[in-house]
Design a protein around this ligand. Sequence first.
Ligand SMILES: [Zn+2]
Ligand SMILES: [Zn+2]
Length: 344
Amino acid sequence: MLRGLSAFAFVNATQSIVIHIERKDAGKWRAATNYIPAMSLAVRLLGTSASRPTVERNVASVAIVREGETLLVDCGEGTQRQMMRYGVSFGLADIFFTHFHADHVIGVIGLLRTMSLQGRTDPLRIWGPRGAQRTMKRAEDFGMDRLTFPIQVEELDAGKVIGRKDYSIVTFPVDHRGSRSLGYALVEEERKGRFNPELARSLGIPEGPLWGEIHRGRSVTLDDGRVIDPSVLVGAKRPGRRVVVTGDTRPCAGTLEASRGADLLVHESTFGHEEHERAVETGHSTAREAACLARDAGVRSLVLTHFSARYSRDASDLLREARECFENTVVGRDGLEVEVGYPV
Ligand SMILES: [Zn+2]
Ligand SMILES: [Zn+2]
């Protein structure tokens, strides 16, 4: 530690990181406390229409934005314009495809071209079920000119875990007309337990680096010889957040398992209950089915998307039937941003 400077950090009850700095200035200690908001996580719907765009809605794409990092799931026609409209960065490094039906993939041709026109040199990772290599080769060749950046395509099976610094992307099987479609779950790692500053003060543990040590799970010895075990001041580890995106699917066991306890489930809802038969025939879900699955999986909130054109202007019937099964349901619209907070 620098002489004349003392700093420590802990996570407070509102999940913010609190950084307390004391520095010696002209022989006197001066203190300052800074608050860093909790790790941000939000889902932005870029297109909410099934099969084709409508006046109100574009075709499928969802952006997951976590602490400034953007992950795109599906890229229907016109997605790049939706990204501009709704402020989603082109500087993303990953696109995940649930399957390769046209309404989920055609937009990648234009998006790659624009990235190239912008002089991108960073590689772009593209993930999807079997068929990804072939589809992306076609998309890459379509614009004639060579791209200015490399594309890395990886084909995935269900159950694959893509590990990142403090979260994973986990694929799960969905049920969509016998295709090898995948859903994706973003699963954050467990977080440290909650630190109890009031108790620390009442035990006479001086505010400062010792608090940070204890929060990191280390025992500390105080000047008076007392040994403080971290379990006294730090609660049990807390789960991270879980966000699940299904792509096109019938309600299925794969989604149910992946969604257990999820903070947010984005589930397709192509039809209303009166068209249940059509939903079965075409490998899609009704709003009620999506909501009942959300209830059974114990998710915190559900966002419906991928609506048949007949619900484009008014999806209130879908909302009504979904809420009969699961109250905390929202009907998605293009541009809707859903912040995913930590459970309290
Ligand atoms: Zn679709
Ligand atoms: Zn499809």
